[in-house]
Design a binder for this molecule. Structure first.
Ligand code: HEM
Length: 157
């Protein structure tokens, strides 16, 4: 349901990844939130955003945002990565993010994009390495056949 996983340490969770679900990773400190946890923080007095799988509580930043609070509120409780990147925020803006960081998006809720990108990257790499040796091999074989053909033509004439 909508409750925050870091607050429900005592309640039974169907998820086997209990350490993460309870918000604490084994190496300490990092809190993980699910999309459902984040979604409820969508008000002007309680505003969370997801940017690159990191969670930011930007409630105190709303009024300071040079781009206005409206745009932030539109994204409140959801993933603002695309809009944040579309604007082309400066390095300063990216550094500002750090002070509002409160945790990480739960692994189960991370966009498939990331996985797909990885997959595309690796499959792209493997297909290009295939092409890298397949094309020259085929070309060399074709040249060999042509050479033999012309040589035999030459001999017979
Ligand atoms: C917590 C996250 C964010 C921070 C820390 C932040 C910070 C800033 C900063 C410092 C600027 C001034 C220009 C710059 O340095 O790049 C800016 C401008 C702007 N931001 Fe953000 N921003 C955040 C999220 C967003 C999001 C999610 C959107 C869009 C939905 C957005 C839309 C804009 C726009 C449109 C401007 C341009 C304002 C102008 O040039 O008049 N920002 N932001």
């Amino acid at each position: 349901m909508g409750e925050e996983t870091n607050d429900n340490a005592g309640s039974a969770s169907a998820n086997t990844n209990i350490d993460e679900k309870n918000g604490e990773s084994a190496d300490g400190g990092v809190k993980f939130y699910t999309l459902e946890d984040i979604r409820v923080h969508n008000m002007s007095n309680d505003t969370w955003l997801i940017i690159h799988n990191k969670i930011y509580d930007i409630t105190s930043f709303l009024e300071e945002h040079p781009g206005g609070e409206e745009v932030l509120l539109e994204q409140a409780g959801s993933d603002a990565t695309e809009s944040f990147e579309d604007v082309g925020h400066s390095t300063d803006a990216r550094e500002m993010l750090q002070q509002y960081y409160i945790g990480e998006l739960h692994m189960d809720d991370r966009k498939e994009d990331n996985a797909k990108e990885e997959e595309a990257k690796t499959s792209g790499e493997s297909s290009s390495s295939w092409a890298m040796w397949l094309i020259p091999t085929v070309a060399a074989a074709a040249l060999g056949v042509l050479y033999r053909y012309f040589m035999s033509e030459h001999k017979s004439s």
